[in-house]
Design a binder for this molecule. Structure first.
Ligand SMILES: Nc1ncnc2c1ncn2[C@@H]1O[C@H](COP(=O)(O)OP(=O)(O)OP(=O)(O)O)[C@@H](O)[C@H]1O
Ligand SMILES: [Mg+2]
Length: 232
């Protein structure tokens, strides 16, 4: 059997076990009180940066879109760096949201809260530009967060989606920050999805050699080369 299929099957089995456990917990008697089944919490949350358009589920079509979705989900489950490239409106951000919703990706890196290690399952969505604006804000006097806090939250999330990757300064400072962040996530097998209106050649030029090398080993670029869903 091939290795990618194994990873996918493993993630699928884990998700099914989690679902069965959730059902058992819902059905368990609660000391005479009527148990109200809790709605399954979506992993695509505004609190984690997602726009409401992607928080809402939608009917999704397109055979190739679905082929890419299956393949990308497997890459993400394996902890790789995945790039979605192509023109406006081709469904790149929607695919990242559906991958987040499907949940086949690791838990966050545990944080020590003084008593115990706390883990969550966070799919963090950030536009590249917002990451750098957040980092610049940290340098302002009286800022409640340090640069390290911002970078740690990006490094520790189970899944990180960086959208509009082309909208940034591409300065040496930005490149170093991104390279360090992607390297940390790769080292702990936490997947990152990069989204850009770039061609493969433009994206290759925008990534540092070390990130390109990591993508070659554990990752893939998907080129969304069809028309916009927005015009349909
Ligand atoms: N497979 C699909 N079937 C039907 N509608 C889709 C599909 N994929 C995306 N859409 C819808 O098409 C619109 C555009 O999708 P999305 O925002 O993901 O595009 P994008 O590639 O991220 O565009 P941009 O580069 O401008 O950010 C959204 O309303 C989205 O819900
Ligand atoms: Mg988009």
């Amino acid at each position: 059997m091939n290795a990618t299929r194994n990873i996918h099957d493993g993630a699928d089995i884990a998700a099914r076990i989690a679902c069965s456990l959730e059902k058992l917990i819902e059905q368990a008697p609660d000391d005479g009180e009527v148990a109200v089944p809790a709605a399954r919490t979506s992993l695509v949350r505004p609190a984690h940066g997602w726009d409401s358009r992607y928080v809402e589920e939608a009917e999704l079509s397109g055979e190739r879109w679905h082929d890419f979705f299956r393949d990308a989900k497997t890459q993400v489950a394996g902890g790789g760096i995945v790039a979605f490239l192509g023109n406006r409106g081709t469904g790149k951000t929607r695919m990242a949201a559906e991958i987040a919703r499907a949940g086949f990706w690791p838990t966050d890196k545990g944080e020590w809260n003084g008593n115990m290690v706390v883990t969550g399952k966070t799919a963090l969505y950030r536009r590249a530009m917002d990451i750098f604006l957040d980092l610049r804000d940290c340098a302002k006097k009286g800022s409640a967060r340090s640069e390290k806090d911002v970078l740690d939250s990006l490094a520790h999330a189970g899944l990180l989606v960086i959208d509009e990757f082309q909208e940034r300064g591409e300065s040496e400072w930005e490149n170093r920050i991104l390279c360090n962040l992607l390297d940390k996530r790769y080292a702990t097998r936490r997947p990152t999805v990069l989204i850009a209106n770039h061609t493969v050649a433009e994206m290759t030029a925008a990534l540092s050699p070390s990130v390109r090398d990591r993508m070659r080993e554990g990752g893939k670029a998907f080129v969304f080369d069809w028309g916009s869903w927005r015009r349909r």
